[in-house]
Structures are given as structure tokens and as C-alpha cells.
Design a protein around this ligand. Structure first.
Ligand code: CP
Length: 304
């Protein structure tokens, strides 16, 4: 991959994706065997929003590659609380770290940060914008569960504010994938994303109900309603809990359906689904380590 930064899934070609996924698969065969790889390298973790999976799997990935991590910690305990700008913050951290992972509530924050530093910036989520590293592990999980081509996926939940959806939908246009989008009308895909999908020639359908489309699906990708992005709590309450995938819903699905979710979940997948053959969301979260090891490897090699 010849990229300085990873800011959006729209940057990724099919070849880029396959190179990273192949490398992740090789890494995963011997996850403990890479500690000599990047001894002395430092990864800066800058999370302006909460995270469990992305922060910890990047931390684990860098350490498994032999490097170290430094963590900005919470916004309240950093000098951002004194009014420091994002530009100044990343300029300073670029002097401490060889790669920066950035999560921020504002769409476009990673792109802005990349203009101020010479080290690679990885977008770990920018508001309702993009979450490209989640997409890489989603694609890895899809590939491990039936493949990426000749696949039909249903993406359900918050398509308006869900950054994992925006990244995944764009990346899937590199493959032969039929995309069904299932959401309440008020949470449909933003117009610009729908336009980009149309321009790329993607086969896209939109629905408000899961059940009629479920039997056609190879993958059901469920997302949380992003409560923190709603400008109005009443608007959230109107759509909260509209989709709940449980074993009754799944009785309408193909036996081989794979259920994915970027996590965290609230109540959109019933715990009873965890014990079925359909559930792939914990495997998906675990795939974050080898996939992020492969991505760090690609960006560090590219920056040399
Ligand atoms: N999927 C994901 O981004 O999870 P976190 O918010 O816990 O990082």
C-alpha cells in the first residue's frame, strides 16, 4: 500500500485491501512471532471519543510487533481541556510517535490532522464520517466466512450516523457484492454516500424492514443506533429499539447466514444469538489485532 495516511476507506483499492488481508492472515498463523519486527517504534493513541476495541487492539497490535505505545488518555486529563487545538496537539505528538491513531467527534478531523504532521495518521473514526480500519477487519471477517465476491450483504440500523457503514459500503464497491440497506426512513444513508455508491456502479437496495430481505442474505451487518450523534433525544427515542435480531428473526434466514456487528451493541442483537452458528461479531472484534498489525506494517514500510 503506497499511502502516507489511512483517512478513508475510499482510498483503498481492491489490491490494497487484498494485500493487507493476506498479510493479516499470514500474521494470524503465528500471532506471537513478530516481536522483533518494529522494536523501537512508537505508536501514539489519540482518542477524543471513547473506545474499547479500536484503542486496545491498536495497542496490542503495536506491542505484538515489538513496538511501544503512548496514549494521550482522556480529553479531560489532556491539555485539550485547556483549549489546545487539534492541529497543535497532533503536531506535538508527532514529535513523540512514529504513527498516530486518531479518533475524534468531528467529521474530517483526521484529514485536517494529516495536513500538520509528517508521520502517518490513521483515522480511527471521525464523527459520522469514516472508520476505515474497522472496515479492514470487517472485510477480513467476511472473507473468512464465505468470501468477498458473489456475496449479498444486508447492512441494518443507523445508516445515517454509522461511520462503519459509510466505510464498509465504499470498500465493498471493490468486490462483487450486492448491498441491501435496512433502516428507519430517518436513518437512511446520507445522500452523498448513496450518490458515490451509485457512481461506482454498486448494486444497492434500500428497505425499512429486515424480514423480507433476510432469506437472500449471506451476511447481516447490524449496527447500533448512534445515540451520541442525535441532535435531539426525542428523535433518538422514536427509532431506538426498532431493530432487534433474535433467534425468532433468524429463523427466517439461511442456515449459513453470518451475523456481524462492529460492537459495542446495546439491544440490537439478543444475547441468545451469541450461541448460534450465525454469530461472528466476537471473532470480528478479535480480528482487529492481526488486521491492525498488517496495516501498521504496511504504513511503516511505506513511510520508510
Ligand atoms: N468498533 C469500534 O470502533 O469499537 P470501539 O468504539 O470500542 O473502538
Amino acid at each position: 500500500m503506497h499511502q502516507d495516511h489511512l483517512l478513508s476507506a475510499t482510498q483503498l483499492s481492491r489490491e490494497d485491501i487484498e494485500t493487507i488481508l493476506d498479510r493479516a492472515a499470514a500474521i494470524e498463523t503465528n500471532l506471537d512471532g513478530w516481536e522483533a519486527q518494529y522494536s523501537g517504534m512508537v505508536l501514539g493513541l489519540c482518542f477524543f471519543e471513547p473506545s474499547t476495541r479500536t484503542r486496545m487492539s491498536f495497542d496490542a497490535a503495536m506491542k505484538r510487533l515489538g513496538g511501544r505505545t503512548i496514549d494521550m488518555g482522556s480529553v479531560d486529563n489532556s491539555s485539550i481541556s485547556k483549549g489546545e487545538t487539534l492541529a497543535d496537539t497532533v503536531r506535538v505528538i508527532a514529535g513523540y510517535a512514529d504513527v498516530i491513531v486518531l479518533r475524534h467527534p468531528s467529521e474530517g478531523a483526521a484529514k485536517l490532522a494529516a495536513e500538520f504532521v509528517d508521520v502517518p495518521i490513521i483515522n480511527a473514526g471521525d464523527g459520522a464520517g469514516q472508520h476505515p480500519t474497522q472496515t479492514l477487519l470487517d472485510l477480513y471477517t467476511m472473507r473468512e466466512n464465505g468470501g468477498l465476491d458473489e456475496t449479498t450483504i444486508g447492512i441494518a440500523g443507523d445508516l445515517k450516523y454509522g461511520r462503519t457503514v459509510h466505510s464498509l459500503a465504499a470498500a465493498l464497491t471493490n468486490f462483487d457484492v450486492r448491498q441491501h440497506f435496512i433502516s428507519p426512513e430517518s436513518l437512511q444513508l446520507p445522500r452523498n454516500i448513496r450518490y458515490d455508491l451509485h457512481e461506482s456502479g454498486a448494486e444497492v437496495r434500500e428497505h425499512t424492514d429486515i424480514k423480507p430481505v433476510l432469506p437472500e442474505l449471506d451476511i447481516l451487518y447490524v449496527t447500533r443506533i448512534q445515540r451520541e450523534r442525535f441532535p435531539d433525544e426525542n428523535e433518538y427515542q422514536r427509532v431506538a429499539g426498532q431493530y432487534r435480531v433474535d433467534t425468532d428473526v433468524l429463523s427466517h434466514a439461511d442456515d449459513n447466514l453470518t451475523v456481524m456487528h462492529p460492537l459495542p451493541r446495546v439491544d440490537e442483537i439478543a444475547p441468545e444469538v451469541d450461541d448460534t452458528e450465525h454469530a461472528a461479531y466476537f471473532e470480528q472484534a478479535h480480528n482487529g489485532v492481526p488486521v491492525r498489525m498488517a496495516l501498521l506494517d504496511a504504513l511503516i514500510q511505506g513511510a520508510k
